[in-house]
Every structure is written in C-alpha cells, then in structure tokens.
Ligand binder design. Structure first.
Ligand SMILES: [Cu+2]
Length: 311
C-alpha cells in the first residue's frame, strides 16, 4: 500500500495487467482563493486544485489505476474540471466541467511512464490555467531504475506558469495581454535569493549528487527554454519516458502543457551553484530563475522523502 497526504493506495493486482499494479485513490477539492504569488507576500485572486499552485503532486507506478475524485467547492463561482495528461479517456466524459457544489469521479490506467501535467479544462481554459489550475503527475516506469534511468540522489518538481494582472479578461489572457510575470511553483523568483531579497528557499544538493528535475511548463502560450546556468544537463528524457533520452544538453525547449525530466550532476570536488532558468529572457527576468546550491552540508531533507515541491 502506498500512502499520500491526499490519497491512499489499495492493493489491486489484476486491474491493469501490470504486476504489482495498485489502485491509487486521488481526491482533490477546487478552491478559489487569495494566494501569495511572490516572496513579499503579495496576494492575488487565484483558482487552485487543493489550495496551492501547483496542486498536489500525484505519483504512481506505470500500470496503476488512478481512482480520481474532483470536488468543486460550493463556495466557488466557476465550473471546473480535471484533464490528466497521463490519461487516455473521453474529453466529453471524464474531463467534463463540474459545477460548484458537485463532485465527479473517474478512473484511468496510467499506462505510459513519464512526467505529465494535469490542468483544468473548463471554459475559458486559458484563464483557468493562468489562474493556477495545474499540477503534476509522475508515472514511474514499471521496470524501475537501471541504466536507462539511473537512480537520482534528489528529486525536485519545478512547474512554470504565468501571472497576469488581476482582473485581466479571459480573451486578453488567451492573447497574452496583461501578462505580468512567470511563476515557479506558484511564486515569482520562488527559489532565487540572488534576484529577490525576500526569497528564502533554494534547491540544494551535495557536490557530485545526481539531481533529477521534473519540469512541467504550465504557461498557456509560450515554451520554456530550460537551461542550467554554469552546468550542462547530463541527461534529458523527453516526456520523462526512459526511451526518449538525450545526453549533454544545454537548453531544451519545453512546450506549453508538456513535461520533461532533467538530470544534473555537479562537480564532486567543490561547492558550486547553478541558476536553473527559462532562457527566454522575458521569462527569466520576470520570475523564472531558480538557484540550485551544491555544497557540503546541504539540507538532507530537500529533494527527498516526498519533499519534491519546496513550499
Ligand atoms: Cu477551473
């Protein structure tokens, strides 16, 4: 049985045909609320899965059955929906909108390994995503780790999204009018104490460790040119699938609503720092820079024991 804060697994060996497959219950409540969108504590009206941006991390193994329940809180003003990119389903059935006060349930088998976005698809989809209705589902390969996918020392989830001026009309959001900043896991310069004196968190690792980043681009219109300043991606897996491997990459474009897995290994013989940036400068200099500190004595809990999204 696997346990999550927001979900629990039930042994189920036959549902999907994969050995050791489980049914994983995942339950989320949509909350429309005022949320801090920068390190200074500035609040803006956002829409969320579960009250955070991104929503809760869902992690299953290839072959698992995801038994999903979506609650749309009766206090909400909007219909909302769930679109798991890891699912093969019916957009008019499973992914249909749910009115405030209503609940929807559906199941799918997570057949394809990788890192996938989930997002709200309710009208106007651009507004629902831009207001924060997205998250990540990691489907770990059924074959586990090996040469194709070496075991990492630490793992982090990074989700890049948009921030628009409060009150921007849906049609303007769709066209990119009113765009203000890039969010990294829900905040401008979330992990960048170099550019933001209010930032208090950075990603950390010990020198020489293999750090695995599950990067998802939740921006509505623009790709993210992901690059580790003062480093080179040791390997990149497109969509996080072990069969789609690239070596020694500098900058990799991640389109909207896509995810990739990036490994970086810092020099083992010294302390060093990397700035993980979207190299599109309008994104980088408006929030999309994260510092990875590689130093002896790094926080042993960061990037481990379920601490993949630092908040
Ligand atoms: Cu929504």
């Amino acid at each position: 049985m696997r346990t999550f804060i927001f979900a629990f697994g039930v042994l189920c060996f036959t549902a999907s045909g994969f050995a050791d497959a489980e049914t994983v219950n995942v339950e989320m409540t949509v909350k429309e609320l005022e949320l801090e969108i920068d390190n200074a504590g500035t609040k803006q009206s956002m829409w969320t899965f579960g009250g955070t941006i991104p929503g809760p991390l869902v992690r299953v193994r290839q072959g698992d059955v995801v038994d999903f329940t979506l609650h749309n809180d009766k206090a909400n003003g909007q219909s909302h929906s769930m679109d798991f990119h890891a699912a093969q389903a019916d957009v008019l059935d499973e992914f249909a909108p749910v009115k405030p006060g209503k609940t929807k349930k559906f199941k799918f088998v997570a057949k394809v390994p990788g890192v996938f976005i989930y997002h709200c698809g309710s009208d106007a989809m651009s507004e629902h995503i831009a207001r924060g209705m997205y998250g990540v589902i990691i489907v770990d390969p059924a074959d586990g780790y090996g040469e194709a996918l070496p075991r990492p020392d630490r793992e982090y989830v990074i989700v890049q999204g948009d921030l628009f001026e409060e009150g921007t009309k849906p049609n303007d959001i769709t066209m990119g009018i009113g765009w203000k900043a890039s969010l990294v896991n829900g905040r401008v310069f979330h992990y960048d104490p170099v550019h933001d004196a209010n930032a208090s968190i950075a990603l950390e690792s010990e020198p020489g460790e293999r750090v695995r980043l599950y990067f998802v681009n939740a921006s509505i219109n623009e790709s993210a040119a992901f690059h580790p300043i003062a480093g080179i991606w040791e390997r990149v897996w497109d969509n996080g699938n072990p069969k789609n491997v690239l070596y020694g990459m500098q900058t990799v474009d991640v389109p909207p609503a896509h995810g990739m897995v990036f490994d970086i290994v810092s020099p083992a013989d010294r302390n060093s720092n990397n700035a993980l940036v979207d190299h599109r400068m309008k994104h980088a200099l408006n929030g999309a820079i994260s510092v990875l500190m590689n130093y002896t004595g790094a926080d042993p809990e960061k990037g481990r024991n379920g601490n993949l999204i630092l908040r």
